[in-house]
Write a protein that binds this ligand. Structure first.
Ligand code: GLA
Ligand code: ZN
Length: 665
């Protein structure tokens, strides 16, 4: 039967066996129905090169199976055992500074080490052989939070092979990397070196040859993906029906998650907002994870209250964890899982929150809140698998992320995720569902596509966007779009290159503004505001101006434009607009595109919907520490979480979460 998985990372191997029974008692009290085990146990289950010892894991699996817990079985390959490093130092990574690492830490394997590959694959296979027929295993969790890069000799050799595969000839490679610049022409494949700080990488992680660095990102993402696939295939060879995942990390830069998603049976991810992370960022991250496969995902980890690894690890306030959990479900989560179930006694995560705290009993605030949520989730089975709908698509593209942040100039403060969030936030705050999509998505499903700072555009994308607008879609794009191709070489003939025709403008120059500098700007109707970060010097071709700069030597030139193209409209923002102007232009663009909000009333509450075949689930979330007014249209509806009628005279308390279930019309 479908149910919301509720539980999290469980490390009984760190505790004496007497404690395990006590854990089971407490899990029962909190309605915990699942546990993720064996995440960092490689050293325990393989104490030396030729010895495997599953005796403790057998007991853990038996106990959890007797207790009818769902098991998320991890493969343990996220942290290498000491003996492996000692015997084969090549399993370790060489970092961006060129230092070869010793034993220590985790997430530390060289992805191209054949020794690492051999032992990781063998371990995954042994686990599948031993536990593959256990019906309690709901998911296989390969490795943990894959990421990072290695620049060792093995990786360099593998990079050359990847390049040979990709470019076929050195002429093509030299052209792609524009190696005539600084006389970097490559005549033999083995002249190529990995672009870290010892090579063409720069100390601020930018690159003298962004085309090369971009290729290294692609190569590294592929290499680590191959590690994942290798373990996945080892499991599936033995358990063909296994559902395999690995825990992703939202907008993490290093891996092209859209590519990864194709190899994963279900997306799972770890959500760790800081005390001051805007909720719109968390919502965007969830939407990105949901958007990878356009399917519900698993929340693999969140903390019940506190973290340890951020600079300021504030407690979650009463109700905040519950509200954060409902936000997860609202955006497509089908599980709520914590890191971790019992708080660790030593090492760097002893201050990390857990369901069971150091005091060891259930009479704690955190445990009480976990148990309250656990009870509510037992009544929400019908949510599992429910889908989302949106008329707005926001493009997120890892290659563009890399490209934009590798480039030298024009402004170091241009950060990809901040830029995407700036536009996502408008839709979030206006209760307009917006999905995160890739450049390969079917644009025709959306009325409105938002593509900020689309700096790097692969071949064909310009045509695809032009077609979308021609057919009646509305496109919003901005400064730093349409600049380079997939090798970071500029589209000649005027910015924004492949978007020039559809946006009906020519950008002649791009000014950069330091943090203390702003331009004043004004809309046609007289509303004034500011423009920051960058300022495009725009010439109108077929577009009309929405407003002009009123300061600087380009005063009088357009700062934002709209172009009627075919049956659609293309908006272009030439500068990072102040919120009042961004809101005003988008309010108009959205209404012109006939995009409908879920609610017309202004409120700070988050309103989000999911849909099953028969039902609409409307989440009303107060993610703030202040009371909010209940929007009139929800008065008289029943909140199924507490089974209470919502009353218009009653305010929504801090961190309150409501769920209304309606029949689909
Ligand atoms: C990550 C890891 C976990 C744990 C948590 C702590 O998400 O996957 O093993 O270290 O961080 O927040
Ligand atoms: Zn390496």
């Amino acid at each position: 039967m479908k149910k919301i998985l509720y539980g999290g990372d469980y490390n009984p191997n760190q505790w004496p066996e007497e404690i395990w029974q006590e854990d089971m008692r407490m899990f029962h009290l909190a309605n915990i129905n699942s546990t993720t085990i064996n995440v960092f146990s490689w050293a325990k289950i393989q104490p030396s090169e030729n010895v495997y010892d599953f005796s403790e894991l057998d007991k853990i699996v038996q106990l959890l199976s007797d207790e009818k817990k769902e098991i998320v079985m991890a493969t343990s390959t996220g942290a290498l055992p000491a003996w492996l490093f000692k015997k084969y130092p090549e399993v370790g990574r060489t970092d961006y500074q060129g230092r070869q690492h010793k034993f220590g830490h985790r997430h530390n394997a060289c992805p191209n080490s054949l020794v690492y590959q051999k032992y990781a694959q063998a371990l995954a296979e042994k686990l599948a052989q031993r536990y593959g027929d256990n019906p309690n295993i709901a998911y296989w969790h390969v490795n943990n939070e894959y990421g990072g890069e290695c620049y060792c000799e093995n990786c360099t050799k593998a990079f050359r092979v990847w390049l040979q595969d990709h470019y076929k000839t050195l002429d093509q490679l030299n052209a792609a990397w524009n190696t005539e610049f600084w006389g970097h022409t490559i005549y033999e494949w083995d002249e190529i070196v990995a672009p870290n700080e010892l090579g063409d990488g720069m100390s601020d992680y930018r690159s003298a040859f962004a085309g090369m660095s971009l290729d290294y990102c692609r190569f590294n993402s592929d290499a680590i993906l191959n590690n994942y696939k290798m373990e996945r295939d080892a499991i599936k060879k033995i358990v063909p029906q296994a559902a395999v995942t690995t825990n992703l990390m939202g907008t993490f830069k290093g891996l092209d998650y859209f590519k990864w998603a194709k190899e994963m049976d279900i997306i799972s991810w770890d959500n760790y907002p800081a005390y001051n992370t805007p909720w719109s960022i968390v919502a965007m991250n969830h939407e990105l994870m949901r958007g990878l496969k356009d399917q519900p995902f698993l929340l693999m980890e969140q903390t019940p209250s506190q973290q340890n690894w951020q600079p300021y690890n504030s407690l979650k306030k009463p109700g905040q964890m519950r509200a954060q959990s409902y936000q997860t479900l609202a955006h497509g989560g089908d599980s709520i899982q914590f890191f971790q179930l019992r708080r660790s006694v030593g090492a760097c995560e002893k201050f990390h929150g857990a369901v069971i705290e150091h005091v060891g009993h259930e009479h704690t605030r955190v445990f009480g809140e976990v148990a309250e949520l656990g009870e509510e989730l037992t009544r929400l089975d019908e949510l599992v698998g429910a889908t989302s709908q949106a008329e707005v698509g926001v493009i997120f593209d890892w290659e563009n992320y890399w490209g934009l942040e590798y480039t030298s100039g024009p402004n170091i403060d241009l950060r990809y995720v901040d830029q995407i969030h700036k536009y996502y936030r408008y839709f979030y705050e206006n209760h307009i569902p917006a999905q995160m999509i890739s450049v390969d998505s079917d644009f025709s499903k959306y009325k409105f596509i938002v593509a900020p700072v689309l700096y790097l555009m692969k071949a064909g994308l310009g045509e695809k966007m032009t077609e979308f607008v021609k057919n009646g879609g509305t496109l919003l794009t901005t400064y730093m779009s349409g600049i380079v191709n997939e090798s970071d070489n500029v589209y000649l003939g005027g910015y924004p290159g492949p978007l020039r025709e559809v946006s009906g403008i020519w950008v002649e120059e791009i000014d950069a503004l330091a943090p203390e500098q702003t331009n004043t700007v004004q809309l046609k109707n007289g509303t004034s505001g500011t423009g920051k970060l960058v300022a495009d010097l725009i010439h109108l071709e077929t577009a009309e101006s929405l407003g002009e700069y009123t300061s600087n030597f380009y005063a009088g030139m357009p700062m934002a434009t709209v172009n009627h193209f075919g049956a659609g409209l293309a908006y272009y923002f030439g500068t990072d607009l102040s919120d009042n102007l961004l809101n005003e232009i988008l309010d108009q663009a959205v209404s012109q595109a006939n995009v409908q909000p879920l609610l017309n009333e202004k409120t700070k509450l988050e309103i989000t919907q999911r849909f099953s075949q028969e039902k609409v689930f409307t989440f009303i979330l107060n993610l703030s520490a202040e009371e909010q007014v209940l929007p009139a249209e929800f008065a008289g509806k029943v909140d199924v979480l507490k089974n209470q009628m919502l009353n218009s005279k009653q305010n929504v308390p801090a961190f309150a979460s409501y769920l209304i279930v309606d029949k689909r019309s």
